[in-house]
Ligand binder design. Structure first.
Ligand code: ADP
Ligand code: MG
Ligand code: MG
Length: 942
């Protein structure tokens, strides 16, 4: 019979940490902690496989599972000596959800389950502490009412009906804190709560503990498909099929008095990665009190004073956990009358700063290997390290000028400046129209996730370093200042008051997530530490600790990866940036981008408007020196690294104006009749330019264009060679579907190369290859490879042509396609392995069979996407080429791919990805004024 329930407790457990698939993250680690002898209250985990059974069984627990749960409940009773629902010695439990991936705050936990009028009396008799018992009871009825009976308000700004009752009661009594409520007051709250439940639902609160238990469990499974959970899963790509497990666990009480308490901690600082114990706790409190922001918790170091013995034990457990899990852990604990219990542990979420520091530190502490260190850093996280920081001078001036509003907790490092919005709906809407926003909330909850994602930064008035806002911000890489208690936020009026100042929705505010400062107004940002060292070259690397850690990770990545990383760059400054980021060559230099530059569009248009070959050649002669200069600049910066240059690709009409006014101006400039210009533009019009007169088709019809480009490339190469710079240009012919297209262009290119070498009296190596970007090219790759020395997969076009989807027109439906899971991901972002990927695989196989040394790369957008890079590694490409600011990400992704998968075996023999010879890497002086468009928002994915 299949096992659905796993017991844990008292030094032994049926599960362990490797069983997250069925026990969920929480259950697996509870079992693990119990197994290694940590003080975990006993309990059992109902497997996540039951989640699907529950939905199949009309959202009811199947009978067989109930039976197994009953047996485990009996076992728990025997282990604890308590009896569920007993009038003398009642067993109380918590019911906790827990999926395979941690979904913070997504599902609600119910504590103190098993209380009713009978067990309450028993517990009072047993503990002699009526206040504690009624405190527990009112919490239980409240949680059960909210979670199981659905009284929790759907709208975030609406107050929880139970909280309203508590507020009324406190008001009546003239007290402020929950702690001021006496046993009698709490007892009365319980009856008011029950009355509210009866009124809202028409039913009495369930007295029978078993009914409570089934209700709670079914609510946990039922919550797997609530809107919040669905939204969260979508954001983090968690499949619905995983389901959640349910944990039922003996209650321990942090609310038993002042020798009891509850807390949360990270074994290291989750924001910076420093090796300091980092956490918060509250005495005489239960469950979520610490993170809910209702009372301000104390820092963990303070526990040394409250209870030295417990603190020492917690420190011991901190070390045990780090040694055992060999990672930074996030823990939840409760102290019941001076005894410590562990209630949860999981690998702690961290900022990118912390991720790299912890990984590097743990390697030097010999806890993990370099390979493991790499496996722990998500390549995309590195973006965070490239994010801007405030311009220090401007920030100092702002503070001097009295604009410092308040200081909160530095929960998510980085600099953010934006306009205040007070709720997530506004945050999303404003961001949608291009505004930078700071989501400002009293506290955040799972309903705010989308708004948090849309915001530049998050500011909260309540909550600690482990509050929801802090956790989620760190995970998303958002700047966050939390628990800024001086802020008074009025959602109704859309205003924020702090000290004597009032800020309204839309006002600018700046957050320094590294220091916790909140500053009025806009403050400009400047490049991150890594960029200051590598790109700006304004900071000495020895004084840049973040850079040094980053560099170490990059070194390790380079040690293990076999895939080379190149960049897509059209200009020397872009190329220099990419080299600074570690690019080993240029995988795609688009020549047409050069035509748009200053002084070049004129001759280009002249060339297009030319009626005769002679006229065209005259125009091309003007372009030649300009292009040559461009290439010379690139060769110089690349200093011997390979450079792939693509001949003209876009259709010609893209270079001509389409407005009458501009056409008239152009006509005047060129000394042509307006009608001539208009007619030419019209004649170049295409119904579907994507499949029109473009790519090599242009060069075949107008060979003089290809010839001019080839000449510019080779003359620049010759000049470089004379200057002592190594060059080996790779000329790439785009959009080839038939080998004869390539033959046509290749002859032209080779003829030009020979001519230039003769004229200039130098020799240089060069290569001619093609882009594989239409299916026919991939299918006939064996024929094409007889001519091409290299292939570069142009996966943007290859995706368009394979799927028959125009990227420019896909907006209307592709998102829905992804939502409906027709495609798991946007195929233009993440390579469609089963479709496009199969064509690539075929082209690799056929190509290498025809030409064993064939060099293979990718230059589409996918070249910067970690998952696609992994695929490129798998099919044995030599390199991936991506935009300059994604080069570090690609290096790490390539290393992780190599560590996960050996290169694929193709055509019966192993294909080495180390075909590309290592070339001398000279340090090149990058121009200071680097293009920073992408750095402002480096490939931020929403
Ligand atoms: P989440 O997944 O949101 O973290 P948990 O299941 O961890 O939810 O429960 C929330 C809080 O409830 C925990 O931090 C813990 O303090 C408290 N809690 C859960 N189970 C117990 C228990 N058996 N005894 C005491 N406190 C518990
Ligand atoms: Mg928890
Ligand atoms: Mg293309």
């Amino acid at each position: 019979m299949k096992k659905y329930v796993y017991f844990f407790g008292a030094g032994a457990a049926e599960g362990n940490k490797d069983m997250k698939d069925i026990l969920g993250g929480k259950g697996a680690n509870l079992a693990e902690m119990a197994g290694i002898g940590l003080p975990v209250p006993p309990g059992f985990t109902v497997s996540a496989e039951v989640c699907a059974l529950f939905y199949k069984n009309k959202e009811r627990l199947p009978e067989a599972v109930r039976h197994e749960i009953e047996k485990s409940l009996g076992r728990l009773e025997r282990a604890t000596g308590q009896v569920f629902g007993d009038a003398k010695n009642p067993l109380l439990v918590s019911v906790r959800s827990g999926a395979r991936a941690s979904m913070p705050g997504m599902m609600d936990t119910i504590l103190n389950l098993g209380l009713n009028e009978k067990t309450v009396a028993a517990l009072i008799a047993k503990t002699g502490n009526a206040r504690f018992v009624y405190d527990s009871y009112r919490r239980f009825v409240q949680m059960y009412g909210d979670v199981v009976l659905g009284l929790k308000p759907a709208n975030k700004d609406d107050i929880d009906p139970f909280e309203a009752i508590i507020e009324d009661k406190k008001h009546e009594l003239g007290v402020k804190s929950d702690l001021d409520l006496a046993a009698g007051d709490l007892k009365e709250l319980v009856s008011r709560f029950k009355a509210a439940i009866k009124e809202k639902t028409g039913y009495n609160f369930p007295e029978d503990p078993r009914r409570q238990l089934w209700g709670a469990m079914e609510a946990v499974f039922g919550a797997w498909k609530n809107d919040r959970a669905i939204a969260y899963r979508k954001m983090y790509d968690i499949p619905e099929s995983w389901g959640t497990a349910v944990n039922v666990q003996l209650m321990v009480f942090g609310n038993m008095g002042n020798d009891s308490g509850t807390g949360v901690a990270f074994t290291r600082d989750a924001a910076t990665g420093e090796k300091t114990f980092y956490g918060e706790y509250l005495m005489n409190a239960q469950g979520e009190d610490v993170v809910a922001g209702i009372r301000t918790p104390l820092p963990i170091a303070h526990l040394k004073k409250d209870n030295k013995k417990v603190y020492a034990e917690l420190e011991r457990i901190r070390h045990t956990l780090e040694e055992h899990f060999r990672d930074m852990m996030d823990i939840e604990f409760t102290i019941q009358q001076g005894k410590l219990y562990m209630l949860q542990c999981r690998v702690g979420k961290r900022t990118a700063f912390a991720a790299i520091k912890i990984a590097v530190d743990m390697v030097s502490e010999k806890l993990i290997s370099e390979k493991e260190a790499l496996a722990r850093i998500e390549p995309d996280q590195l973006n965070q390290l490239l994010r801007p920081v405030f311009d220090q001078a401007e920030k100092d001036a702002a503070i001097k000028g009295g604009r410092l509003l308040a200081k909160g907790l530095n929960a998510g490092p980085g600099a953010a400046t934006g306009r205040i919005v007070f709720n997530s709906v506004d945050a999303e809407a404003w961001a949608e129209r291009g505004e930078k926003v700071i989501l400002t909330r009293i506290e955040t909850s799972p309903e705010d996730i989308r708004g948090m994602n849309a915001a530049e930064g998050i500011l909260t008035a309540r909550g600690g370093m482990t509050s929801h806002a802090a956790l989620v911000a760190r995970q998303m890489g958002r700047v966050c200042v939390a628990g800024c208690s001086e802020l008074v936020i009025d959602y109704g009026q859309h205003v924020l008051t702090v000290k004597n100042r009032t800020l309204r929705q839309g006002d600018w505010v700046s957050l320094d997530g590294t220091t916790g400062q909140v500053i009025e107004g806009k403050i400009n940002t400047k490049p991150s530490e890594v960029l200051q060292v590598l790109i700006e070259k304004t900071l000495d690397r020895a004084k840049a600790p973040v850079y040094l850690t980053f560099a170490k990770i990059m070194d390790w990545a380079d040690k293990f990866r076999t895939l080379k990383i190149r960049t897509n760059a059209d200009q020397p400054d872009q190329a220099a940036n990419a080299v600074a980021f570690g690019a080993e060559g240029i995988g795609l230099c688009r020549t047409e981008h050069m035509f748009f530059g200053q002084g070049k569009i004129g001759p280009m248009r002249e060339m297009i408007l030319a009626d005769t070959l002679e006229q065209r050649k005259t125009a091309l002669a003007k372009l030649l020196p300009l292009q040559r200069q461009d290439f010379a600049g690139i060769f110089e910066v690349m200093a011997g690294r390979p450079v792939t240059i693509r001949t003209i690709d876009p259709p010609l009409h893209e270079f001509l104006p389409h407005e009458e006014k501009e056409q008239r101006e152009l006509a005047a400039e060129m000394g042509l009749a307006y009608e001539n210009v208009r007619e030419r533009v019209e004649s170049l019009h295409e119904f579907n330019p994507m499949l029109g007169f473009r790519g090599c088709r242009l060069g075949i019809i107008y060979p003089e264009i290809t010839e001019m480009q080839a000449r510019a490339i080779f003359e620049a190469a010759a000049a470089a060679k004379k200057k002592g710079i190594e060059v080996e240009p790779e000329v790439m012919i785009p959009l080839v579907g038939h080998v004869k297209e390539l033959v046509d262009q290749e002859r032209l290119v080779r003829r030009t190369a020979e001519a230039v070498m003769k004229e200039q009296g130098v020799t240089f190596k060069y290569h001619v290859g093609t882009m594989i970007e239409v299916p026919r090219g991939a299918i006939t790759a064996d024929e094409i490879a007889t001519v091409a020395e290299f292939f570069s997969f142009g996966t943007n076009d290859l995706t368009q042509t394979t799927l028959g989807v125009s990227r420019d027109d896909a907006g209307r439906f592709l998102r829905s396609y992804v939502e409906k899971e027709i495609y798991a991901k946007d195929p233009f972002e993440v390579l469609d392995r089963d479709g496009v990927g199969q064509l690539m695989r075929m082209a690799v196989e056929k190509g290498r069979r025809a030409r064993p040394g064939l060099k293979l790369g990718i230059c589409g957008e996918h070249g910067g996407d970690p998952s696609s890079i992994q695929f490129c590694h798998l099919i044995g490409l030599n390199y991936a080429s991506c935009s300059p600011f994604r080069v570090p990400i690609a290096r790490l992704a390539a290393a992780r791919a190599a560590l996960l998968n050996a290169p694929a075996k193709l055509g019966g023999k192993a294909v080495s990805a180390r075909v590309e010879a290592k070339r001398p890497v000279k340090k090149s002086g990058a121009p200071k004024k680097a293009r920073r468009a992408e750095a402002k928002n480096p490939a931020r994915k929403r």
